[in-house]
Design a protein around this ligand. Structure first.
Ligand SMILES: [Fe+2]
Length: 438
């Protein structure tokens, strides 16, 4: 049996299958190329290798969508059938992905972590756990998990730079901006075409209010993240945020129309589209027709809705932005989920549903109720995942609701948080004016 290039034993005797798996993993880490096609080739090279199906399941699960999770369950059934030939590490992978497919994302991360204890160079276990740390809002492990394995790697191992990229993002979300920037830049120096590491440094610029430097950082590397890359939509989202910090709403709108309006295959893409339009709406732009087109790409009925609270909230915001009928089916799906024991049940109960109710109040012009609801959940809303930059939508909406509710002191109080990093940005000046006029 063969080992992968990082010394992890596999249960296949096919060198070609291992090589194709390597390509699939690189695609998953870099978002360049087609990981599913590479996995297909790995399967052709060794049809009995269960791990191909497990990794495909893991990849599907990271889409954070119901339909993909259903496909993952089928892959895991095949993996389990072939799994009598699998080694211990590969069997542990099946169990971890199965837990995620069953809705227990916390348990899945525990099982991926158990793999890393024995196999710290298992890049698939690290990647899946990293992404689910993000989805679960587990900032501690988003930072610590890559840091725990990093000393057991060396720079000459393939994919080392991607581990640095994950560490950089985790450090950034934990507020360690200097270390995050250094680590992210080191990853980009090793591999300029690492959009996740580019993204981690981009977040540092965002959080430190260095929006012009951030825009230049992305612009200077356009060829490395924006061409034929499956993650480019999200880095475009960040490019639009930098324009918004500058109050260049036309540039942000241009980014939306050119690079985001046409992508809706993934919930992750619809989330970013929704967030940009909502921010533009808060700045006073009429984006209702764009919202209407976007709303139609969201499936607001169960079981697509009710699968992941963070997605559900954005689907609701798209409906509100489109001034559509109240999304009763969506609220029903979230309400049903909120009583469940799954990881998403907890996230919906503690963050998704309370925020959805507050946004619904906002949509109905019940400003005080919206203000109160947003204020109550905002400080703990990390529990339903996303980044600080993404969840800023809650704070911006809270300030807007407070202004509209006539609660000027509260709006100014919340706005003061931005002084540490963004005191002199045009966006902050906009809000200062708005609060002053309230
Ligand atoms: Fe981001």
């Amino acid at each position: 049996m063969r080992k992968d290039p990082r010394g992890c034993p596999t249960s296949t005797a096919s060198g070609d299958a291992v090589a194709q798996m390597e390509q699939a993993l690189e695609s998953m880490l870099s978002y360049f190329g087609d990981p599913l096609a590479a996995l297909e080739r790995a399967q052709e090279a060794d049809p009995q290798w269960a791990h191909v199906h497990t990794v495909r399941a893991g990849l599907l699960l990271t889409a954070s969508e119901f339909a993909a999770a259903q496909q993952a369950r089928e892959e895991l059934a095949t993996a389990a059938r072939l799994g009598t030939q699998a080694n211990d590490r590969e069997r542990a992978h099946i169990a971890a992905a199965q837990a995620a497919a069953d809705g227990d994302w916390d348990r899945a991360c525990e099982l991926w972590e158990a793999i890393l204890v024995h196999s710290p160079r298992d890049i698939a276990a690290l990647l899946f756990a990293h992404l689910f740390d993000f989805y679960r809002g587990d900032a501690l492990n988003l930072k610590r998990r890559p840091l725990r394995v990093l000393p057991r790697w060396s720079p000459d191992l393939p994919f080392y730079g991607y581990v640095l990229g994950m560490a950089a993002f985790g450090l950034e979300e934990a507020g360690h901006y200097a270390e995050a920037e250094d680590t992210g830049r080191a990853a980009v120096a090793m591999n300029p075409r690492d959009p996740w590491a580019i993204h981690a440094v981009t977040h540092v610029f965002e959080m430190q209010g260095r929006h012009r430097a951030g825009a230049a950082w992305l612009q200077g590397r356009l060829q490395d993240w924006s061409v034929d890359n499956g993650f480019s939509f999200h880095n475009w989202f960040h490019a639009a945020l930098f324009h918004l910090e500058e109050m260049d709403t036309q540039a942000a709108l241009d980014v939306y129309d050119t690079y985001l309006a046409g992508v809706s295959d993934l919930a992750l893409q619809r989330v970013d589209r929704t967030a940009i339009l909502w921010r533009l709406k808060l700045l006073g732009l009429d984006v209702a027709s764009r919202f209407d087109a976007l709303r139609q790409t969201w499936n607001t009925g169960a079981p697509a809705a009710g699968y992941y609270a963070f997605n559900d909230l954005h689907a609701l915001i798209a409906c509100i932005g489109a001034q559509a009928e109240p999304a009763d089916d969506l609220m029903d799906a979230m309400t049903a989920t909120s009583s469940g024991a799954s990881s998403n049940g907890r996230m919906t109960r503690t963050a998704g549903l309370p925020l959805a109710r507050a946004f619904s109040a906002y949509a109905r012009g019940r400003w005080s109720e919206a203000t109160e609801g947003l204020l109550r959940v905002r400080d703990t809303s990390h529990v339903f995942g996303g980044s600080h930059a993404q969840r800023d939508i809650v704070t911006l909406t809270l300030m807007d609701a407070a202004v509209r509710a006539g609660q000027r002191e509260l709006a100014g109080h919340i706005l003061a948080e931005r002084h540490l990093a963004k005191q002199h940005t045009p966006l902050t000046a906009f809000w200062q004016g708005k609060v002053a006029r309230a």
